[in-house]
Design a protein around this ligand. Structure first.
Ligand SMILES: Cc1cc2nc3c(=O)[nH]c(=O)nc-3n(C[C@H](O)[C@H](O)[C@H](O)COP(=O)(O)O)c2cc1C
Length: 408
């Protein structure tokens, strides 16, 4: 009897291995949970910068990391910038308010798959749609699908306003005009759509751009005519004076033919143009009535400041990141002077911190965009730069420093 009691007590106690297993599972769950919460709620995303990005870079190639990043963003697994932007960062352009001047440059989300998560990272402009994209039709479907999801969600909140819209399946223009909201479907943030042309099209033809304006214009707050990507043969030739003027005229006619409120139309240029070519671009842009210029795309040159072995440096393709900055800034200054500061300029090229962004603003950029530093340092980059700008600005506002270097 005594023996059997002892036996039953011993059976109720979990063996040491079970306790150890539970301890390990418990500890791992807590560590994982805390890490995930820190990852998800930290607007500067330190884990992303110091762990996720380096690991990805070491275990896989750039293209796979990029696809993975888009996948993560598409399903909303990346951290959000949960802090609201300080009013000192606000800026107005094309009749719209931006909560901050920092945008994601074109090419990151070529198919328009991760729009909302990218906005949640704190960018005020998202710029997308490049060359190895799924094409106008598919991107249009993605954008339409996004509208449907938005309407479905708002129908629960405002059934009266959205009921008729839900049945009519509107495009971006009719929906945003009816509800009085941006095409980005966000307050103080704008959606830019960047249009390129097909490799197989006649190099002198501007038809692809005209088609892009017509089919994707209704979904965009800004349309960007990209004549500066170095990887599409002949594309940069469209910056030649005569053909550039024709291109601008045709896309403006196409944009003006859109119903509803019209997206702003910008042109994105290369950083490799001579002073005379930049003057021609500036003059044509002013004459055409285009709404702004993005300076710049990647460079085909290989500046001396490039720390890389010669075999890598001689790879074909566009160079981005810090070595591009002096070229892009020089071009932006030239355009600003030629246009007497009358055209809205977007500075892009090698911006990786607040000082870089402010240098562009002082040179005349109303807004700035970045790509490479975001790709390298990860999702907390925007918050880091915004905080840095605020501390550099002291008691000034972003708008006070635009074009500051030319004043007095
Ligand atoms: C991988 C990659 C893809 C890009 N794709 C496009 C594109 O499709 N359209 C475009 O206008 N610019 C594209 N760009 C250029 C960027 O938008 C930006 O102008 C350029 O990289 C300079 O900014 P950064 O130094 O901050 O990267 C791409 C850049 C990179 C690095």
């Amino acid at each position: 009897m005594e023996n059997s009691d002892t036996v039953s007590v011993t059976q109720q106690l979990p063996p040491f291995t079970t306790k150890l297993k539970n301890f390990i599972i418990g500890t791992v769950s807590i560590v994982f949970g805390v890490t995930f919460l820190e990852y998800y709620f930290d607007s500067r995303a330190a884990i992303h910068k110091y762990f996720v990005t380096p690991v990805l870079r070491n275990v896989t190639d750039a293209e796979t990391s990029h696809k993975f990043a888009i996948w993560v963003a598409k399903w909303g697994f990346c951290p959000k910038d949960r802090l609201s932007d300080d009013e000192k960062l606000a800026v107005r352009a094309w009749g719209k308010k931006f909560s901050n001047p920092i945008g994601l440059a074109a090419g990151f989300d070529k198919h328009g798959e991760a729009i909302d998560s990218l906005f949640d990272l704190g960018f005020a402009v998202i710029n997308r749609y490049g060359f190895n994209s799924v094409g106008h039709k598919m991107v249009e479907l993605q954008l339409r699908d996004r509208l449907r999801r938005y309407l479905y969600h708002s129908a629960k909140l405002h059934p009266r306003t959205t009921a008729s819209l839900l049945t009519s399946s509107p495009d971006g223009a009719s929906l945003s005009d009816a509800l009085g909201i941006n095409r980005s479907l966000k307050d103080d943030k704008l959606l830019g759509i960047n249009l390129g042309k097909n490799k197989s099209s006649d190099p002198e033809s501007v038809d692809d751009y005209v088609k892009g304006v017509k089919s994707l214009g209704p979904y965009a707050d800004l349309l960007v005519i990209n004549v500066s990507s170095p990887n599409t043969p002949g594309l940069r030739g469209l910056q030649r004076k005569d053909i550039f003027e024709k291109l601008l005229n045709e896309v403006i006619i196409a944009r003006d033919s859109l119903s509803g409120s019209r997206p702003a139309l910008l042109v994105k240029i290369a950083p490799d143009l001579s002073d005379d070519e930049l003057d021609d671009i500036a003059d044509a842009a002013m004459k055409s009535g285009v709404d702004g210029i993005i300076v710049s795309n990647t460079t085909i040159s290989r500046p001396n400041s490039l720390y890389s072995d010669s075999s890598l440096a001689s790879e074909t393709g566009g160079l981005s990141g810090p070595p591009l900055k002096p070229l892009a800034l020089k071009s932006l200054r030239k355009i600003y002077q030629r246009t007497n500061g009358e055209l809205i300029l977007v500075g892009c090229g090698g911006i990786s911190n607040a000082k870089d962004a402010l240098e562009y603003a002082r040179a005349g950029a109303t807004l700035v965009q970045l790509y490479t530093s975001f790709a390298y340092d990860g999702v907390g980059k925007v918050r880091e730069i915004k905080d840095g700008i605020l501390s550099e600005l002291k008691d000034k506002k972003w708008t006070d420093v635009i074009g500051e270097q030319w004043k007095n």
